[in-house]
Design a protein around this ligand. Structure first.
Ligand SMILES: CC(=O)SCCNC(=O)CCNC(=O)[C@H](O)C(C)(C)COP(=O)(O)OP(=O)(O)OC[C@H]1O[C@@H](n2cnc3c(N)ncnc32)[C@H](O)[C@@H]1OP(=O)(O)O
Ligand SMILES: CCCC(=O)O
Length: 441
């Protein structure tokens, strides 16, 4: 390590309380994304509660309850804003304490650079390397954009953050950092895939029919993508590629069994390109210093024009509901924000632009509510207040456990009929009656 780098590190090394000192009422702060939540600085900021009001704290998908929310149950001091909702933000939103920032994910960095300024950006990174770089680890995403718009940059280092090779913009140099906080040794949050149900397996089997040798995959989190991963591992398919928003455990399994080579990709050939990773320690260990994987900011990975450059892109995403006009809601239950647009619009659009590409919505035909009542996810219209994540003009394949239909080029009547054919049989007659009444039957 050069003397200059060492000196600069020593000058900037400080405690969390000092790093977060001087926050004023009305300041805006950005926290590291997904599982790279800055625990120490969050606690230090929470401790300053009594001196401030109206401090905005933003992130992309809080994966743990922020201390600033815990110490301020009435929201008198801190306002939380999330660019993508998971369980934590859903809970806070219900209490009126967290706002959603709408975006289609690939635009996030641009939106930030154009419209957002941060008083402090605090990220969890790996420890500094001998050249003076801190690696953004498993959350490249919008980190560089946030840093570009920060008055002050704080890094909270944790040696358990894997060193994720880029790609691009995967690290930050000490010269651009204002404060370094040490003391983290915690294991990263583990996010195992949910167990697959028989319904997930049936949906996956329909989707498997359109995956070919050389397909380039985007598989998100959850039971369905995970079961597709297992089916791919057991299949005869070869030379699969990965260009995905989120890298998950099943990519490791597929790589280890030789299914993923990336040999037929046009961009980032032989590499698994991604913008963030979430899974178990198996994934985090796999990523560490692994040149098979390339981490990029989201404005590259999710840009539909970039996605479309690889042939045979298969993007599989989940949804909450779909109506007979084929509008897809993936982010709200009626008026209740449960998730976000995330990268769904990006990848469905991108997949359609790819030569031989397929954008697929995989959805169970029904949903059972907390009272045990079964509802169709395919409905004549979306519930009042539902957010349209995919306009009907972009929807291509829809799969349920009853089959998969292709909707591009189909009329409104043909779309309604196709969707009814894959709805749960108990709801089909009523859906057909409603479609007729709506003039699309
Ligand atoms: C990360 C990637 O690579 S994916 C890239 C693309 N990104 C996206 O597709 C973003 C939008 N999509 C998503 O966020 C998800 O796929 C979802 C929300 C559609 C489904 O995700 P899952 O994890 O399977 O959802 P889950 O079953 O946990 O439901 C989420 C919440 O919605 C609620 N919900 C789901 N469906 C319904 C419904 N039909 N009616 C009412 N509530 C519903 C659930 O009760 C749950 O809320 P709770 O935690 O308060 O109980
Ligand atoms: C922020 C993006 C996460 C998703 O697309 O689901």
């Amino acid at each position: 390590m050069s003397e200059r780098v060492e000196r600069e590190y020593e000058l900037k090394r400080t405690g969390a309380a000092e790093a977060m000192a001087g926050v004023k009422s009305g300041d805006r702060i950005f926290y590291g994304e997904f599982t790279l939540f800055p625990r120490l600085c969050d606690a230090a900021l929470a401790a300053q509660k009594d001196g401030v009001t109206g401090v905005n704290v933003d992130s992309v998908c809080f994966t743990q309850m922020p201390k600033v929310a815990e110490v301020d149950p009435d929201g008198n001091h801190f306002i939380l804003n999330d660019w993508h909702f998971g369980g934590v933000s859903r809970k806070l939103h219900k209490q009126g304490r967290c706002n959603y920032i709408p975006l289609t994910y690939h635009q996030g960095p641009r939106i930030m650079r154009k419209y957002q300024d941060y008083d402090i950006v605090v990220l969890t990174t790996g420890p500094m390397d001998e050249r003076g770089y801190f690696n953004y680890g498993i959350s490249n995403s919008m980190a560089s954009a946030a840093v570009d718009k920060a008055r002050r940059v704080v890094v909270e280092v944790n040696p358990n953050v894997p060193n994720c090779l880029g790609g691009n913009q995967e690290s930050i140099h000490i010269t651009r950092v204002d404060a370094v906080v040490e003391g983290r040794t915690d294991t990263l949050v583990q996010v195992p895939a949910a167990n697959a149900s028989d319904i997930d397996r049936s949906i996956a089997a329909h989707i498997m029919e359109v995956i070919e040798d050389g397909s380039c995959l985007q598989l998100g989190i959850g039971a369905l993508p995970n079961v597709i991963g297992s089916m791919l591992a057991d299949s005869d398919l070869k030379d699969l590629g990965v260009h995905t928003e989120m890298l998950v455990d099943s990519c490791v399994d597929l790589y280890e069994c030789g299914k993923i080579t990336g040999a037929r990709k046009v961009i980032d050939k032989y590499k698994m390109a991604y913008t963030f990773a979430m899974g178990t320690q198996k994934l985090y260990d796999f990523l560490h210093n692994n040149p098979t994987c390339a981490s990029y900011p989201v404005h590259y990975i999710n840009d539909p024009k970039i996605v479309a450059l690889n042939p045979k892109v298969v993007a599989v995403n989940n949804a909450v509901a779909i109506d007979l006009y084929s509008q897809v809601c993936s982010e709200s239950a009626g008026t209740r924000q449960v998730s976000g647009t995330g990268g769904q619009l990006d990848f469905i659009f991108g997949a359609f632009g790819s030569k031989g590409g397929k954008g697929i919505i995989g959805i169970s035909s029904t949903y059972t509510d907390s009272k045990g009542e079964v509802h169709s996810r395919i409905n004549p219209t979306l519930a009042p207040g539902s957010i349209v994540t995919l306009p009907r003009s972009l929807v291509q394949y829809v799969a349920t456990e009853y089959g998969m239909v292709q909707l591009k080029g189909k009329s409104t009547v043909e779309r309604a009929q196709a969707l009814i054919s894959i709805a749960h049989p108990d709801f089909r007659d009523e859906l057909a009656n409603q479609a007729a009444a709506m003039g699309i039957g």
